[in-house]
Design a protein around this ligand. Structure first.
Ligand code: NAI
Ligand code: NA
Length: 396
């Protein structure tokens, strides 16, 4: 079988194992090129297979020689159908980690469930004893609360009033106006239940109760703020409420970790093309303009560059971790630079279907999107047969 991208709406139905492998190898090479980081040695990554979570796992393993356990929810390959990209990424990650003599095991299943938490706790107990860093990097549209059995679905809506602005279909390049009706109370509650901090706190409680967190352990979750342009639909919308909750949960968790001198952080990251962000209206247009400016300025970063900087220049410098007035780590500093935002706001006014190819980085957006699924990597022969079943070493 020759594997090609097959698009449906905002998702790609196929993924390329060799391309995913190349993606992971490129990220490892980047981390190795930046030198050692005096980071954690035993790391649990929840949401470890794609995006910021995968970058966090790679940075820990190849920057600090850490043993890693990765939890994720991916589809293994079945007869005639490719796996989801995070499956191939994780297979490649384990192969490379094991080649380098590093411990790496993975758990595939619903991280929100009691069962997967139990399985993870048992694995830590058996293999690592304790962990000293827990990365919480889940992005999901749905969560079943294991205590109530209620399934919550998140929505991406403004609050209070209808939001109307430009958006782009990045496949066709068509710029249109989109109107999104405001959320009701239930929408807000559901979105907070899925993307807020409740499950993060459950994980940390479960780990702490079984003495699986080392003295001084750190936990980090990822958040986003972004510019005024996207505020109504992002930071002041339903997802923003969830991020407010996530950020508040960092303080609750830090309190709960007092006895072991532990600490919870939220890191505010840059807007990037991931499966999660491609589905949010308006954001892809913003990202395509932002990429153009940041590349011109020489300050563009992907997930791996962001997380490398988070670890090397924020978390593990040997001195106090720098935070903003709300206690958050900021690695969105270059995105939020005044000159960058002023330029994006200018371009935003001009953006139409006709102008976008020149004033925005639509090609870069598309390339990054295809990269998520293992396509468009240099050094991969996409014309070759790629039908072997790819296993993850630690998953039977
Ligand atoms: P992603 O879609 O690339 O990664 C999500 C991860 O969660 C994958 O490993 C997936 O397997 C896992 N996952 C999803 N549902 C799961 C479940 N039920 N059980 C176990 N694993 C599950 O997303 P991305 O973009 O890396 O997002 C991670 C965090 O970073 C999110 O909190 C997101 O809001 C935040 N963030 C994203 C930004 C962006 O522009 N993409 C910017 C700033 C923050
Ligand atoms: Na992730």
């Amino acid at each position: 079988m020759i594997i090609e991208p097959r698009m449906r709406g905002f998702i790609c139905l196929t993924a390329h194992p060799k391309g995913a492998e190349q993606n992971v190898k490129n990220q490892i090479e980047y981390i190795q090129s930046k030198g050692a980081i005096a980071g954690a040695k035993k790391v649990l990554v929840i949401g470890a297979s794609t995006g910021f979570g995968l970058a966090s796992r790679i940075t820990s393993a190849f920057g600090s020689d850490a043993a890693t356990i990765g939890v994720f929810f991916e589809k293994p390959p079945v007869e005639g159908k490719t796996a989801s990209p995070g499956w191939y990424n994780s297979a490649a990650f384990e192969t490379e980690a094991h080649k380098a003599g590093l411990y790496a095991k993975s758990i595939n299943g619903d991280a929100f469930s009691n069962e997967i938490k139990r399985e993870t706790l048992d694995l830590i107990k058996a293999d690592l004893g304790q962990v000293d860093l827990v990365i919480y990097s889940l992005a999901s549209p749905v969560r079943t609360n294991p205590n109530t059995g209620v399934t919550h679905r998140s929505v991406l809506k403004p609050i209070g009033q209808t939001f109307t602005n430009k958006t782009v279909d990045f496949h066709t390049g068509n710029v249109t106006e989109v109107s999104i009706a405001p959320a009701n109370e239930e929408d807000i509650e559901n979105t907070v239940a899925v993307m807020g901090g409740e499950d993060w706190a459950m994980w940390i409680d479960a780990l702490k109760n079984e003495n699986l967190l080392a003295e001084g352990a750190t936990t980090i979750a990822y958040s986003y703020i972004g510019p005024e342009l996207t505020e109504a639909v992002y930071r002041k919308g339903t997802i923003g409420r969830a991020k407010d909750h996530l950020e508040a949960t960092a303080f609750t968790i830090t309190d709960s970790l007092q006895s072991i001198g532990g600490k919870a952080y939220v890191s505010v990251n840059k807007a990037l093309v991931t499966q999660a962000s491609s589905a949010i209206p308006v954001i892809p247009l913003y990202i395509s303009l932002l990429y153009k400016i940041m590349k011109e300025e020489g300050i563009h970063e992907g997930c791996i560059e962001q997380i490398q900087r988070l670890f090397q220049e924020r978390l593990y410098t040997g001195s106090e971790v720098p935070v903003d007035e709300k206690g958050r780590i900021r690695i969105d500093d270059w995105e939020m630079r005044e000159d960058v935002q002023a330029k994006v706001a200018e371009l935003w006014k001009e953006a139409t279907t006709e102008t976008l190819p020149a004033i925005g980085d639509l090609a870069g957006y598309r390339n990054d999107f295809l990269n998520l699924f293992g396509f468009e990597f240099d050094g991969v022969d996409y014309k070759a047969e790629a039908n072997e079943v790819v296993n993850i070493d630690s998953i039977k």
